[in-house]
Design a protein around this ligand. Structure first.
Ligand code: PAD
Ligand code: ZN
Ligand code: ZN
Length: 383
């Protein structure tokens, strides 16, 4: 029998376009081209708003390309697939992945890393994957080509991603919650478990209690830490941090000495593990210095926009401390995201508590305002 493959159409839908740095998003009608070879077109149902999206449109971020459709914390349903796609089919529920997993490159074959050769041209954590593999975009608006972002572009009702950048998840998963597994949750939780490798009975310090930091708190707790100190300059973040596992919370503004000194005094010389979830170079230095001599480990998660590096005194390292950093919490994306979704469904960790607002997609600028004003943990936008 002869099958005629369906002619795939351009889809017109709404998307939030960042036309230039430092300006609000503009919700517009865009055209989304059909997926090409080994590409997947996804109907995005829900997308979280992460601080990294705000960084990408900041006037301080030098690598930004415009106009662009941001968004990297989404979940949706496969609408159509391009030739050669075998891993997903229309109707599958999926999470787009900003770290691909091709399964074949030297990084994918090595259990020591979750990076993949497909993003090896990476310059900063957020400046890559702005076009598809054939160096063209699937998005246009008002006759102009629009850049992709992190290979995901979830601030569009329909998006196109590479087959290596998508994970099929449980059909029953609530997409307006598990979208957080696409970034914030997995990054913080994995930073504690995979990167810092927090140990049972240990003392931890988590700097920054946003969506990523609270997930790091949950990761420390899951790893068996007995003391988890949450640090934030916004005390409104403390009740939720305590609900999710922080045993105490401190505000650097309440002290007139460096926070690393305060923590060292509270912990008989320093914590076993610290995790920086802010993106502030000076806090990264403090996070390293608040760990104990001998074996303290500091894991950096935050993405810093400043041009300077972390001013590390080598003596801090000579004294037995380790400084590490993580991209997407160290998870190999295609393998791990479906498992994390199943773990959420099995109630092994909490996600709903991280969603402080659920808003219609059109209110995207409000979602960014809530984040910048420190009023939200995560806002999930729904189409
Ligand atoms: P967020 O803005 O929701 O949370 C940051 C928190 O830090 C807020 O609660 C602030 O009040 C607090 N804060 C700010 N400055 C200070 C300070 N000086 N001392 C103490 N607390 C402070 O951000 P988020 O949770 O979405 O993201 C956190 C960072 O992680 C951010 O830099 C983001 O770009 C980065 C990130 N990295 C990855 C990765 O793979 N490495 C993934 C996702 C996010
Ligand atoms: Zn993110
Ligand atoms: Zn690979």
């Amino acid at each position: 029998m002869l099958f005629k493959s369906p002619i795939m159409q351009v889809i017109k839908c709404k998307a939030a376009i960042a036309w230039e740095a430092g300006k609000p998003f503009s919700v517009e009608e865009v055209e989304v081209a059909p997926p090409k070879d080994h590409e997947v077109r996804i109907h995005i149902i829900a997308t979280g708003v992460c601080r990294t999206d705000a960084h990408a449109v900041s006037t301080h971020f030098k690598e930004g390309l415009f106009p662009v459709i941001l968004g990297h914390e989404g979940a949706g349903i496969v609408e159509s697939v391009g030739p050669g796609v075998t891993k997903v089919k229309p109707g599958d529920r999926v999470i787009p992945l900003y770290i691909p997993q091709c399964g074949k490159c030297k990084f994918c074959l090595n259990p020591k890393t979750n990076l993949c050769q497909k993003i090896s041209k990476i310059k900063t954590a957020i400046s890559d994957q702005d076009l598809m593999a054939d160096n063209t975009s699937r998005f246009t608006c008002k006759g102009k080509q629009i850049y992709h972002f992190m290979g995901t572009s979830t601030f569009s009702e329909y998006t196109v991603v590479a087959e290596t950048s998508v994970a099929k998840i449980d059909d029953a998963a609530p997409l307006d919650k598990v979208c957080l597994i696409g970034c914030g949750f997995s990054t913080g939780y994995g930073a504690a478990i995979n990167t810092a490798k927090v140990e049972p009975g240990s003392t931890c310090a988590v700097f920054g209690l946003g969506g990523v930091g609270l997930s790091a708190v949950m990761g420390c707790k899951a790893a068996g830490a007995t003391r988890i100190i949450g640090i934030d300059i916004n005390k409104d973040k403390f009740p939720k941090a305590k609900e999710l596992g922080a045993t105490e919370c401190i505000n650097p503004k309440d002290y007139n000495k460096p926070i690393q000194q305060v923590i060292a005094e509270l912990t008989n010389g320093g914590v076993d593990f610290s995790i920086e979830c802010i993106g502030n170079i000076d806090v990264m230095k403090a996070a390293l210095e608040c760990t104990t001599v001998g074996w303290g480990t500091c894991a950096i998660v935050g993405v810093a926009l400043e041009d300077r590096g972390v001013p590390v005194d080598p003596f801090q390292l000579i004294m037995g401390r380790t400084l590490k950093a993580t991209f997407f919490g160290g998870w190999k994306s295609v393998d791990s995201v479906p498992k994390l979704v199943s773990d959420y469904m099995a109630k092994k960790f909490k996600l709903d508590e991280l969603v402080t607002y659920t808003l219609p997609f059109e209110k995207i600028n409000e979602a960014f305002d809530l984040m910048k004003e420190g009023k939200s943990i995560r806002t999930v936008l729904v189409f």
